[in-house]
Design a protein around this ligand. Sequence first.
Ligand SMILES: [Zn+2]
Length: 430
Amino acid sequence: MRILRPRFLAALMAASLLLVGLGVPSQAAPALAAVETAAVPLAKTGVSSVKTTANLNMRKGESTKYAIVRTIPKNTTVPVSQQAANGWYKVSYKKKTGWISNKYAKAVSRHPAPKPKSGPSKKINLWVNATAAVNIRQGAGTSHKIIGSLPKNAAVKAVARASNGWYKITYKKKTGWVSHKHVQTCVKGCQVDTGAYTTNRAGLNDRYFTKSSGTDLYAAAGKRLRIGDIPKNSIVYRDLRWEKAGGPVAGWYFVRTQGMDGWMKASALARKSTAPTSNTKNYTRKQVVKKANGMLPESLLAAIPWDKEKTLIAAPALADLTRMNTAFKKKFGKNIDVDLAYRTLDTQKYYYKELGAYIAAKPGTSNHGWGLAIDVPESHAYSFRGKYYKWLKSNSKKYNWLHRKNLEEFRADGSRNPYAEAWHFEYNGQ
Ligand SMILES: [Zn+2]
């Protein structure tokens, strides 16, 4: 049988040479079994189908030494199941399988590139803090789809580590992987994610007061990442649950202040407030508003004497508040409850970020920043329909405390006021 090997066909026809013995290799073929061990897995070459560029012999093995199975016409596309180390393709054509030379077959389609394997991951349980904003990806590697972002300084629990070092985390309900190059791990005194702002101090009663002005609050124990100044005599609550979760460190407490939480040195805290409970130096309102909002010197602040948290207020506002409280107590047999008075700039910024412009005042503009406003609780008795609100609304003016008209439940035209606040009173005395 005459063998027409395509690569020689053209030469044959052009030169009209009679090459005796051209078909000789086929005679050796039956003696050889098809060898497929040298084949390269297709996953590596990626070729999934080829098109013949000549009439091409399909053989039992991956060279011309092997017997011909059949001939595939030029321009036929055939599926590839393997590729040999020498480049030959294993293909199927008309229910037969065999090998064809890659010199006369052009790749026409490829398998999608395989995803890099990250290897098996190991279960872990430690905190990681983002040192920069970092992408959260579906898998452990940059080839995986981005599904979210972990902001700089965010703290999250890592539950697994891939063999390439990436961490598996959950942030804002998205579970994915972050590169180990942009996070810091922590096992003791860690920055922790305490969750929703609204649960901030609920259920806590281990009360302390800061001993000096500028007592620093840190994201992590050991002076890593300072969060902000806490003025002298500010209330903080030690939170043992988060102290344990963050990894206890001797001499450091995990505390919650108004709106913020973090680590403080235990030595910077005392059980009792030492703030004055009256305006001993006769400071005036005018002196107070000259100071930068949210940055009042401690000398201009005083503690509300009947308040268990010794909430700080501008000293000039205290005498009138005390007079109003005396009248309130005579009427209801209890003191006025105060949730909040002075608020530092740091806290204002925090509130603004957490609660948004709708609820929180623009940092640096609130009367709380001068200690010239109080917030009573948002409980029923203090609400627009409540007896305490009604009394305060009609009596506070006598004591130079005002509930502003633009905070009332309804506007002049009878429509509901979306900015209504029953709890906010401001001082406008001397
Ligand atoms: Zn307020």
